[in-house]
Design a protein around this ligand. Structure first.
Ligand code: PMP
Length: 360
């Protein structure tokens, strides 16, 4: 090809999303993308449909309605909120605005795969530091900081491990970073972690912290593509300069606003997830499968070897169940299983119960 992409673009690994089709099964049980098994708020669906009446009109450029709702429900200043097409887009704003060729962006061993992709998009170098027993290690991050470090990415709770940093460790990380390095606290799974503010207090204490959240998980709106970020006014002001004026459609904005205001739906989903997650984990452990405590809407099931994890994945597929292989996250002996509804959890446990019995 005589047309040449920019340097580094061909080094970008294509993002692999959770599979959604399974040959031979008309309706597979999809537990591969951490989606909400309870769907989304009916109010969000109604708002989406209502927005279809005015599709000839351009959407809001400043997202004042949605930012107002997010601010009201979460007790935050709407002027310090930015919305994007999924939290992925908000993460991209941060990288685009604050890193470039030659800069370094720190991510962790089992960290979310979008972080290195985003780094390479702007010609920056992703620097991956070790974790300890599937947990983010603050010392490893701080030791990796150089003059070139611009951004540190952590997801808390983390994907795909489901583990969380203790509040004191989070503080130690924020305190230990130079003030000109941005700490991105990715809170895609915040609402599933009991009693956690998602990084709000961190943002309030440190002007270099950006917190991100999503409507894709607890709100059950992965198909809508909406996420948001919260940070110091100065940072949000920068990010808005590189945001496309109409990055969110009127239907997206309307549905997300209704979803944010439906706090009863969110509370129900969090309670259902906590109960099912507890049941799934306890039963996996009983079957002899390793499983750390998860603070998200999935668990990481560890089978002892890559061969066993592959065999378990094959058994689940035979039963019409799709889960996520995480070899690409440095966890070849494990499978990430989204917490389903009661029937879904039962189906997973019956299948893995038979699989483990066959091994003996
Ligand atoms: N961060 C983490 C840790 C995630 O797991 C995901 C979804 N896989 C995202 C961000 C992006 O979510 P979205 O773009 O749908 O908001």
């Amino acid at each position: 090809m005589s047309i040449t992409p920019q340097p580094g673009i061909m080094d970008i690994a294509l993002y692999v999303s959770g599979e959604s089709t399974l040959t031979g099964h008309a309706a597979p049980l999809k537990l591969s993308s951490n989606e909400n098994p309870l769907g989304c708020s009916p109010a969000a669906q109604a708002a989406f449909a209502a927005a279809a009446r005015d599709l000839n009109r351009y959407p809001s450029t400043d997202h004042a309605g949605l930012r107002g709702a997010i601010g009201q429900v979460n007790g935050l200043d709407p002027d310090r909120i930015i919305c994007g097409a999924g939290s992925d887009e908000v993460l991209q704003f941060v990288v685009h605005a604050f890193a470039g060729p030659g800069d370094e962006i720190i991510t962790t061993e089992h960290g979310f795969s979008m972080y290195p992709i985003l780094a390479r998009m702007v010609g920056a170098t992703p620097v991956t530091v070790r974790e300890v027993a599937r947990r983010i290690d603050v010392d490893a991050i701080l030791a990796a900081v150089t003059d070139r470090t611009r951004i540190v990415f952590i997801a808390n709770p983390a994907n795909p491990t489901g583990t969380m940093l203790a509040e004191s460790e989070l503080l130690r990380l924020a305190r230990g970073l130079p003030p000109d390095v941005i700490l991105v606290h990715d809170g895609a799974y915040t609402e599933f972690a009991e009693g956690f503010d998602g990084g709000v207090s961190l943002v309030e204490q440190f002007p270099n912290v950006v917190m991100t959240r999503t409507f894709s998980k607890i709100h059950g709106l992965g198909g809508l593509r909406i996420g948001w970020g919260y940070a110091a006014r100065e940072i949000i002001e920068v990010l808005n300069r590189i945001r496309q004026p109409f990055n969110l459609s009127s239907a997206q904005l309307a549905a997300a606003e209704a979803a944010m205001r439906d706090t009863a739906f969110v509370a129900d989903c969090a309670a259902a997830n906590a109960a099912m997650r507890q049941r799934l984990r306890a039963s996996l452990i009983q079957l002899g499968i390793g499983c750390d405590e998860s603070h998200a809407n999935f668990v990481l099931a560890r089978f002892g070897s890559a061969e066993q994890a592959d065999a378990a994945d094959a058994a689940l597929r035979d039963a019409g169940i799709l889960v996520r292989k995480v070899g690409g996250y440095g966890l070849p002996d494990a499978l990430r299983i989204t917490v389903g509804d009661a029937a879904g959890v039962t189906r997973v446990l019956e299948t893995l119960g038979a699989f483990m019995a066959d091994r003996e």
